[in-house]
Design a protein around this ligand. Structure first.
Ligand code: NAI
Length: 676
């Protein structure tokens, strides 16, 4: 039988039916509507003359099934449509589960969401123990929870606590971890995977039950207690009014875990309701924004074989270590061996954090990272990344010295956070080779890199920088050289407003709470302390002249007194073992006003950047602010937020803020164009 568009069916000598999924016109397998319908027909046909067993397998290289087709998901208009959409998937999973012969899912590579749910509907799951194999139920990241029966079936397999931890975090598990949690039955090296699948079909062993403790926590008398505990854990990370999905998942389990049929039916209802919330719509949009940025790095085939980093400080050292982690051969140069010793030590910590106890991976990363006090690496580098002190004169004189040493076609990238590219490229014979690669601190955690192009940057150099950024696993955002670029420019007025509030006598805890209540991952005062108050002051003072920002005197005096924030143990907060000591009783009578004062400065600056085309379009403004600052993802970014709240309504609020707090709230000229 090969009359299907996406599936190939082969029966072997032992009468096992191998169902090969190879989604047409797609690099990866998605559980799209057509794929579901075809499989449903295949199962009907197989039912009429049952094979010895069924094995589901992917024909894509190193990947199994990435999940449902999210594009189909975005077209759902209302809960009723969403319900019908989900029912189709449920019907398939129920049919698969009810097959009279043994069914096996044979996983190699990425298996996510609907792919995992399909596997859970099989009798057995075997997976390769290769590094590429990762299994998860990441729906929560899109503002929903599993909706093809995965809630009930994952809990039935591993027990509520392991299954909830997989679904509530949405994290991907390595095959070994998935086996340990009971999500899958067997792991084997890739070469033995087929044998393992055949073995399960032939033996059809009784499946192990979850451990007693896990079965106990599924009992109706214990569920309310466990659910309360789970809700408490979730509340520490996400508020229910911002992210309803985790709470809906816990409730679903608490109410229905005793009755499989009911749980499956209510799962559909729950996901159908969640799918149409603004949170889900915005999170899906954020997912696509991320894909768009990744694609920007795909326009050109480019590989920098050797990378040379100059300046092994906080940023340069971490960038070099990150590149080594990503498989690049990197040389790092600094002013003295003593400084490089510090760079080396930091890199060891980064490697350990990344690779944990995988000594071989740590050794390999170490082999790729070379401390290069004399700067020999410059001669062979395809890409030179400069991350020395933030001083235009010092940077220019470095460029004059190194340019003659660089290969003719090598790119020079600067990590400057505030100097215009044009101020630096003037020192070069070939100004077109200079591009900005603005990483954020901490490098290992921040997904965004602004790829800055000046008036003279060659188009091909920009494309190469985008490709490199993508290749090291970061999201590249092409940004025009302009004071503060995009992210710092939008962030700084918001941070400074927070500093002004504290100078007015408002407790830092109240200011931070106003921001986290809006959905920011961290309050602006704690963020300023984390970035370092000296760095904030430098960036703010550069921006203050061009953007007319008033620099609060308190910021300068704190830096002069050595209060630099977290790194010095004292900033706006005092730090104990790296944690801010906060006054839990601090409060302010009008929290809404604090929130408006903070957020409107950010929104207004975002509109200004949109008007000035600092990045190409409104999607990129939103993407930059979400991935560069952590701006409440469920709101979809500042421009999306203005549009969904209504620019007219917000502009009235902005006028009021201007009346109360002065000129810094003057509406940007483009505010009223945002909706057009
Ligand atoms: P840092 O002070 O930690 O490191 C600078 C390093 O450059 C020092 O180790 C210094 O010895 C070395 N250096 C100075 N002149 C040199 C030369 N001529 N040759 C070789 N090495 C030299 O500074 P940090 O924070 O790493 O900043 C570096 C650059 O990254 C700056 O342009 C800064 O604006 C930018 N940046 C900093 C961020 C931050 O949060 N720290 C964030 C994003 C960008």
């Amino acid at each position: 039988m090969s009359d299907y568009k996406h599936w190939i069916i082969a029966r072997d000598a032992e009468n096992i039916a191998w169902l090969h999924l190879d989604k047409a016109d797609s690099k990866v397998n998605l559980l799209a509507g057509e794929v579901i319908d075809e499989l449903s027909n295949i199962l009907d046909t197989l039912n009429s003359s049952p094979p010895q067993g069924i094995v589901i397998v992917s024909d894509k290289t190193d990947s199994f099934i990435f999940g449902a087709d999210i594009k189909e998901f975005t077209s759902l208009k209302d809960a009723q449509q969403a319900g019908q959409f989900l029912q189709r998937g449920h019907d398939l999973m129920n049919k698969l589960e009810a097959m009279s012969c043994p069914t096996v899912s044979m996983i190699h590579g990425i298996c996510l969401g609907g792919g995992t749910e399909l596997s859970l509907a099989c009798d057995y799951i075997v997976a390769s123990n290769e590094d590429v194999t990762k299994i998860g139920l990441p729906e929560i990241k899109l503002g929903i929870h599993p909706g093809y029966g995965g809630t009930q079936r994952s809990i039935a397999r591993c027990g509520p606590l392991p299954a909830m931890s997989i679904m509530l975090t949405g994290r991907m598990l390595a095959a070994r971890a998935a086996k340990k949690m009971g999500l899958i039955d067997e792991i084997t090296p890739l070469r033995q995977l087929k044998n393992a699948a055949v073995d399960y079909v032939m033996r059809a062993p009784k499946r192990k039950k979850p451990a007693l403790l896990h079965r106990l926590s599924n009992q109706s008398w214990l569920r309310p207690l466990v659910a309360k505990q789970l809700r408490k854990q979730v509340a520490g990370k996400a508020k229910s009014e911002h992210y309803p999905a985790p709470y809906a998942l816990i409730n679903l389990w608490k109410r229905c875990a005793g009755n499989k049929k009911q749980m499956l039916a209510e799962e559909i209802h729950s996901v159908a309701q969640l799918a149409i919330t603004p949170t889900a719509r915005n999170l899906v949009r954020v997912f696509f924004l991320q894909e768009t940025l990744k694609n920007l790095g795909k326009q050109l085939e480019y590989k920098a074989h050797n990378v040379h980093v100059i300046g092994g400080g906080i940023m340069g050292g971490d960038i070099a270590a990150w590149c080594a982690i990503q498989g690049y051969r990197v040389t790092v140069e600094d002013q003295s061996p003593e400084r490089l010793a510090v760079t080396y030590k930091r890199a060891q910590n980064s490697f350990k954090k990344k690779f944990k106890r995988n000594r071989r991976a740590i050794r390999d990363a170490n082999d790729r990272l070379i401390m290069d006090h004399r700067g020999h690496g410059i001669h062979t580098a395809d890409l030179v990344i400069e991350a020395i002190f933030e001083d235009a004169e010092v940077k220019r004189s470095l460029y004059q010295r190194i340019e003659p040493l660089m290969k003719a076609d090598a790119i020079l990238a600067t990590n400057t956070s505030s100097i215009m590219l044009e101020d630096l490229s003037s020192a070069l014979q070939q100004p077109g080779r200079l591009v900005g690669l603005h990483f954020f601190n901490p490098v290992a955690l921040m997904p965004l890199v602004e790829v800055i192009h000046g008036a003279q940057t060659d188009a091909a150099v920009i494309q190469k920088a985008l490709a490199f950024t993508r290749d090291i696993g970061k999201l590249p955002l092409p940004t025009r050289s302009s004071p503060g670029f995009l992210v710092n420019r939008i962030l700084m007025p918001y941070l400074l407003e927070a500093v002004i509030m504290v100078a007015e006598g408002i407790a830092p805890e109240a200011v931070d709470k106003a921001a986290t209540d809006f959905g920011m991952p961290m309050g602006p005062i704690e963020l300023a302390d984390t970035v370092g108050l000296d760095i904030c002051r430098n960036v703010a003072s550069i921006l203050s002249s061009t953007l007319g920002l008033a620099l609060p005197a308190s910021l300068g005096s704190m830096v002069d007194d050595g209060k630099l924030g977290k790194k010095s143990g004292q900033g706006f907060y005092r730090y104990n073992k790296g944690k801010a000591v906060k006054n839990k009783n601090a409060h302010y009578a009008n929290m809404q006003e604090l929130q408006d004062r903070l957020i409107f400065r950010l929104l207004n600056e975002a509109v200004a950047c949109w008007r000035e085309n600092i990045v190409e379009n409104d999607d990129q403004v939103d993407a930059g602010v979400i991935f560069g600052t952590g701006f409440a993802p469920f709101r979809g970014g500042p421009i999306r937020h203005i549009r969904s709240e209504g620019s007219e309504l917000l502009s009235t609020k902005l006028d009021q803020l201007e009346k109360n707090f002065g000129e810094r709230y003057r509406q940007d000229a483009a505010w009223n164009d945002i909706n057009s």
